[in-house]
Design a protein around this ligand. Structure first.
Ligand SMILES: [Zn+2]
Length: 218
């Protein structure tokens, strides 16, 4: 496949992923943003201010890892959260895609002071791993780059306090699946907390899951 054909396939995949996340209520209005690596030096990213429900493949911009726009439609600029996305690509050569969304239940956990660091649900251990919550940072500013930098080296899913979540993957589908499983996990935890605080998994169960996680998806 020619490099330009590959870029168009990726553009369409990002738009499909954005619509899917929007339909699930994870990207309300113009919020949230997605990006994917084109190659070692270039990233495809969604524009600022365009609702994901009507995002078109040609509206995505190509930027380098320093944030310079290499290609894009006139009048469109990259998402204001681009510094956070680029921080991930610079620190994680294994990451092919980054998703930032505003999943309501997951953000509610950060408001309620309920941590996702504790292993409670086996599927969450397998697909998400430990999920840290960052310190508060102002949305749509480079502050998010700073709070993500502290965690992204060791984690694939990060909660941004009072704001949203960031997921990464070896593929775009993996990053999207992690966002969906994160929100499902958060909803399940919130229901449990309505009755009582759920017990964490016992250490031996977590060890078994971590062994499975090491080979998960291979
Ligand atoms: Zn946000």
């Amino acid at each position: 496949m020619l490099p330009e054909d590959k870029a168009w396939v990726l553009r369409r995949e990002i738009v499909a992923a954005a619509r899917r996340l929007h339909e699930q209520g994870l990207l309300p209005g113009p919020s949230g943003n997605l990006s994917a690596r084109l190659d070692d030096e270039r990233v495809l990213v969604v524009p600022s201010g365009v609702p994901k429900a009507r995002l078109q493949p040609e509206e995505l911009l190509i930027v380098d890892l320093a944030g310079r726009v290499l290609a894009g439609m006139r009048g469109l600029k990259p998402t204001s959260e681009l510094p956070m996305h680029l921080e991930v690509y610079r620190r994680r050569s294994d990451v092919a895609a980054v998703v930032h969304a505003h999943p309501a239940a997951a953000v509610a956990l950060t408001l309620a002071g309920i941590s996702l660091q504790e292993a409670v649900l086996p599927e969450a251990v397998l697909l998400l791993g430990e999920v840290p919550t960052t310190a508060y940072a102002t949305p749509s500013t480079p502050e998010n780059r700073g709070v993500v930098a502290a965690w992204i080296g060791q984690h694939d899913v990060i909660l941004l306090a009072r704001h949203g979540a960031l997921t990464v993957g070896h593929t775009l589908n993996e990053a999207v699946a992690r966002m969906e499983v994160l929100e499902h996990t958060a909803q399940t935890l919130l229901w449990a907390h309505l009755v009582r605080r759920p017990e964490p998994l016992p250490p031996e169960a977590i060890e078994k899951l971590q062994r499975v996680r090491a080979t998960y998806g291979r």
